[in-house]
Design a protein around this ligand. Structure first.
Ligand code: TYM
Length: 345
């Protein structure tokens, strides 16, 4: 039986944090048993804002190593680097030519990031969701496991596939029925962890681009730093932790983190911490975070110590990914009417 495909990715910008893990990568791991899973390091996305060329390659390798350290198994999943499969850039161009500009101008992330960039906004930043659509559509992905912040981009990928490619260019079979060219993907956004908030402001998202390091816990932060960041995390004057009180976003966020990191259900965590003061709760949370990240950090160190092995994983991943991606690209080019390449023999 053919297993439905999954594709997802993370940008190799700076360090990956708890939001990337709990909102996305952690959910990828479970899908390996039931789906044909493809995970890419989206380095072409990382250059949509000014980047440091001296760090890009290392950050790309580090991100791939983190995927494996988090439990992605290269014998069950295809792990690869986006820029090494040229079909991503090529399909992005084809999709660019059918995507209305105003669909991109209304993307929330573009508006937020563009505000931060001032006068220096690249065309790439605006076009970023089209490249993301190409990433997904190339693999006929049925499911795309992401955090809440990517929902709008997923809707765009669906609209491009459905309205701009399938509806306009689908060839017909013998009985006149359209043959779909691109599979329309579904997002997979789990309730818990889909929106991990900043440690310094419970109403804004934990993000790599926040200039305040204390706002996030990076997956590779040493235990002392994790403890220090949690100690300094914003609190409120109320006693007892609780979920769902709109007046207390920090309590909701930190209690949610505690549940996820300690492996407790939301109800268990809420019952355990209902009467707890912040002074008692924070060391508990710090310990849960340190213990949850410890095995991941150990595996990461081992993986980084063997660069050839990591490169071999990516090389194999590139070959497997390119085989699927090139076939989809050929299908789209054919439907759009391009002159075919001459076939051998
Ligand atoms: P990126 O690199 O910003 O984030 C990677 C993944 O982490 C999730 N995430 C969060 N989840 C919960 N709480 C948070 N605070 C938080 N911050 C980030 C994101 O939702 C994402 O799932 N455009 C994408 C990368 C991408 C992609 C793709 C994803 C490119 N092509 C194809 C899926 C499929 C991005 O910038 O993610």
């Amino acid at each position: 039986m053919v297993r439905p495909r999954v594709l997802s990715g993370v940008q190799p910008t700076g360090s990956l944090h708890l939001g990337n893990w709990l909102g996305a990568i952690r959910n990828w791991v479970d899908l390996q048993g039931s789906h044909d899973t493809f995970f890419c390091v989206v380095d072409l996305h990382a250059i949509t804002v000014p980047h440091d060329p001296a760090r890009l390659a290392e950050d790309t390798l580090a991100t791939a190593a983190l995927y494996l350290a988090c439990g992605i198994d290269p014998t069950r999943s295809t792990v690869f680097v986006q820029s090494q499969v040229s079909a991503h850039s090529e399909l992005a161009w084809l999709l660019n030519c059918v995507t209305p500009l105003n669909w991109l101008e209304r993307m929330i992330q573009f508006k937020e990031k563009a505000l931060k960039q001032g006068d220096n906004v690249s065309v790439g930043l605006l076009d970023y969701p089209v490249l993301m659509a190409a990433d997904i559509l190339l693999y006929d992905a049925a499911l795309v496991p992401v955090g809440e912040d990517q929902k709008q981009h997923l809707e765009l990928a669906r609209d491009i596939a459905q309205q701009r490619i399938n509806a306009r260019f689908a060839p017909r079979d013998a009985s006149g029925e359209p043959i779909s060219i691109l599979r329309v993907p579904e997002p997979l956004i789990l309730k818990q962890g889909a929106r991990v908030m900043s440690l310094t402001d419970g109403s804004s998202k934990m993000s790599k681009s926040d200039p305040n390091e204390g706002s996030r816990i990076n997956l590779l932060d040493p235990p002392e730093l994790i403890t220090k960041k949690i100690k300094r995390a914003k609190t409120d004057p109320v006693m007892g932790l609780e979920f769902g009180n709109p007046e207390r976003p920090e309590a909701d966020n930190l209690l949610g983190l505690y549940a996820l990191l300690s492996g407790r259900s939301a109800d268990q965590a809420a019952a355990e911490c209902a009467q707890m003061g912040w002074g008692q709760f924070k060391p508990l949370l710090a310990e849960a975070a340190v213990e949850a990240l410890r095995p991941l950090q150990q595996r990461y160190a081992e993986l980084r110590a063997d660069r050839p092995a990591l490169e071999a994983v990516l090389q194999q991943g590139r070959e497997r990914a390119a085989a699927v991606a090139d076939a989809t690209l050929a299908r789209v080019k054919d439907a759009l009417g391009f002159l075919p390449l001459p076939t051998d023999g």
